[in-house]
Write a protein that binds this ligand. Structure first.
Ligand SMILES: *[C@@H]1O[C@H](CO)[C@@H](O)[C@H](O)[C@H]1NC(C)=O
Ligand SMILES: *[C@@H]1O[C@H](CO)[C@@H](O)[C@H](O)[C@H]1NC(C)=O
Ligand SMILES: *[C@@H]1O[C@H](CO)[C@@H](O)[C@H](O)[C@H]1NC(C)=O
Ligand SMILES: *[C@@H]1O[C@H](CO)[C@@H](O)[C@H](O)[C@H]1NC(C)=O
Length: 442
């Protein structure tokens, strides 16, 4: 689709407005039948999400701001001692934690210490063995072949999943994860494409790292194994890139996503403790849905950090679209959205700090924000912009109370400061899947 000229932008805008209003409810979860196993899983995962919920989200947000500040100071220092780290430039605290290690390939599990923000307890498959994916095929939904990604993700033990070589994995059906997994695509080029996407449903503790997900399509459903001891009947899948459903402690980092059928990343139905960082998004309508229903009040526990991502060309809306929960949108770089960038309904809290918002030339899409409600309602919602940088006429409509900042534990009495949007370009420079080479800093 060409998004270039003005006329097509306006048509697209109108079409998306209709789409926005008549938003199709999604929460069926592609489960055709809830059996005892799934009922139990649903019950357990919601109890876990309640536990993972942080009663002091402002503090978590500020801690991340503080870490960004320290990393930039550190970067300045190491620049003065150029030889020190191979001249590796890792500009944000997540990357700084692992990317400059020339031995990253011998030290892969170090990554599990690097997550920041609401997903900070996620360790993925750190306590498990490595699983080497050797086979890109995806033929058997009941007994997946040993060596395939599907065989890896359904195992009950923790696993750190790596790939023997570059591959395109075309999933016949949704890839349904069990808990405690890391998918680590470093060192090769792994693409999940032209088939179904990833489903994280009723699970905890999953890291998705350094892969490419594109051209995801809706798939027909049927019997799909989601654990070594369970297989269940699924309905048609929506065609999301990554669907996080009633799950907690999830970290999605350095993933490149484009051209899905439905959302690129959807986080719904009482999921929480989630960080989406260093990802690159392109060419898609509905980018990121955080909360699917205005009546899904359990999403009040949803807490998501959206940090250091690059929202690039050809994106229409939902970067993200939020409901109910607490959303920290920090140091991302937005370029020329076609409808709006950040939207929501049902009284979500949105703290936008240090992002760069560059509007397109279309005079009708300069506003960053979009609210589905009446002004008398939404003026109470806390949507605040601090230190954001606005380019080409972009503007953020604020509402609700000011952000309460916590006092820095390190620099006594000082309120923690965010890094302003003028840094967003630097902080997101390496967003998306990286081409890491073993033996060199990445
Ligand atoms: C969870 O389990 C409790 C006690 O076993 C039960 O009362 C409740 O209905 C269950 N909730 C769901 C959502 O299944
Ligand atoms: C890093 O150095 C640049 C250029 O000298 C300076 O403008 C910037 O404020 C420094 N950043 C930090 C976080 O100290
Ligand atoms: C899968 O293959 C690996 C390596 O060939 C082997 O060690 C392992 O036992 C196999 N697992 C199963 C479940 O067959
Ligand atoms: C929420 O709304 C949707 C769409 O109107 C409906 O399908 C669903 O049953 C409702 N759920 C509850 C819990 O009321």
């Amino acid at each position: 689709m060409a998004f270039g000229n003005n006329k097509s932008s306006i048509i697209l805008l109108l079409l998306s407005m209709i789409y926005f209003v008549t938003l199709i409810p999604k929460s069926h979860a592609a489960i055709a039948k809830y059996d005892d196993y799934l009922r139990k899983k649903a019950n357990e995962s919601f109890a876990e999400s309640l536990k993972a919920f942080d009663p002091n989200p402002e503090k978590v947000a500020d801690e991340l701001n503080e870490q960004v500040g320290e990393t930039l100071v550190h970067e300045n220092l190491s620049r003065r001692h150029l030889k020190e780290e191979n001249d590796c430039k890792a500009t944000n605290p997540i990357d700084r934690c692992w990317r400059c290690d020339g031995d990253w390939s011998k030290n892969r599990k170090k990554l599990a210490e690097c997550v920041r923000g609401f997903g900070h307890r996620t360790t993925g498959g750190k306590d498990g063995r490595y699983y080497l994916v050797t086979d890109p095929s995806d033929d058997d939904m009941d007994k997946p072949k040993n060596g395939t990604l599907r065989h890896a993700v359904i195992q009950s033990e923790p696993l750190w999943i790596i790939f023997a070589r570059s591959m395109v994995i075309r999933l016949k059906q949704e890839l349904i994860f069990a808990s405690d997994k890391t998918v680590d695509g470093r060192g090769v080029r792994v693409r999940i494409a032209y088939g179904a996407g990833l489903t994280l449903q009723f699970v905890h503790n999953v890291i998705i790292h350094n892969i490419r997900i594109h051209n995801i399509v809706s798939t027909p459903g049927g019997m799909i194994r989601d654990a070594v001891d369970h297989i269940g009947l699924r309905t048609v899948s929506d065609g999301d890139g990554i669907n996080v459903f009633s799950s907690n402690n999830i970290w999605i980092d350095h993933v490149s996503l484009s051209k899905g059928t439905d959302g690129l990343i959807d986080v719904i139905e009482g999921s929480t403790a989630i960080t989406i960082s260093n990802c690159k998004f392109n060419n898609h309508n509905t980018v990121m849905l955080l909360g699917a229903h205005d009546n899904s009040t359990k999403d009040t526990i949803m807490q998501v950090t959206v940090a250091f991502n690059r929202f690039g060309k050809g994106l229409v809306q939902r970067m993200p679209r939020c409901r109910w929960g607490f959303f920290h949108v920090i140091n991302n770089d937005y370029s020329k959205w076609l409808m709006y960038a950040i939207g929501g309904s049902s009284n979500p809290t949105i703290i936008s700090q240090g992002n760069r918002f560059k509007a397109s030339d279309n005079p009708f899409t300069k506003q960053v924000t979009k609210r589905e409600s009446t002004e008398s309602e939404w003026k109470k919602w806390q949507w605040r912009s601090e230190g954001d940088k606005f380019v080409n006429g972009a503007y953020f409509r604020e509402s609700g109370p000011k952000v309460k900042h916590t006092i820095s534990p390190l620099k006594e009495k000082n309120l923690i400061k965010f890094k302003p949007g003028s840094y967003a370009g630097r902080l997101t420079r390496y967003a998306g899947a990286l081409n890491c080479v073993a033996g060199k800093s990445c």
